[in-house]
Design a protein around this ligand. Structure first.
Ligand SMILES: [Zn+2]
Length: 167
């Protein structure tokens, strides 16, 4: 089943409306945070957002950036992607998609693969119904492919020449 995604706001008025609908105030700082998130594919941390927005609004504080990000998440304009170590990155892509995480650097990228809304059913038929019987209401799922990018200066492995037991 296709779940319609709410269109992302592109004007200040649309952003104002979306924030207000979530009970959040529209501020110039929040608009600047939103514009930066919308402009990047980097899935930045709050600190990275802060450094970027500070070039436009020098007096902005990290705490204000955190609050702006939380407001955007509350308004469902951004997603907070937490990692096991407590760090978080922010994404404002509105459609469902998967991620690729470099475990070495923590960087997060969009995975170039089509989102499969039926994946949970493929893992286990009736999984959603069984969870519902246990009182758990499934609202979606997240998938992260983890690994690491090989450093640019490391020699690339070619097929056929690697020996067994090599690490
Ligand atoms: Zn993403």
């Amino acid at each position: 089943m296709e779940v319609p995604q709410s269109p992302l706001p592109h004007t200040a008025n649309e952003l104002r409306g979306a924030l207000r609908a979530a009970g959040c105030r529209y501020t110039a700082q929040r608009a600047a945070v939103w514009r930066f998130l919308e402009s990047t594919k980097e899935h930045p941390t709050a600190e990275q957002v802060y450094l970027a927005v500070r070039s436009q609004i020098p007096q902005i504080s990290l705490a204000t950036v955190y609050k702006a990000l939380e407001a955007l998440v509350a308004a469902r304009l951004a997603t907070k992607l937490t990692n096991g170590d407590g760090s978080a990155r922010y994404d404002c892509r509105g459609d469902d998609h998967y991620h690729l995480r470099d475990m070495e650097t923590g960087q997060l990228f969009d995975l170039p693969a089509e989102f499969d809304p039926q994946l949970l059913e493929k893992l286990q038929p009736n999984l959603i119904e069984e969870l519902a019987e246990k009182g758990f209401h499934v609202t979606g799922y997240r998938l992260e492919v983890v690994g690491r990018f090989q450093p640019a200066d490391a020699p690339a492995r070619r097929g056929g020449k690697s020996r067994r037991g090599e690490s």
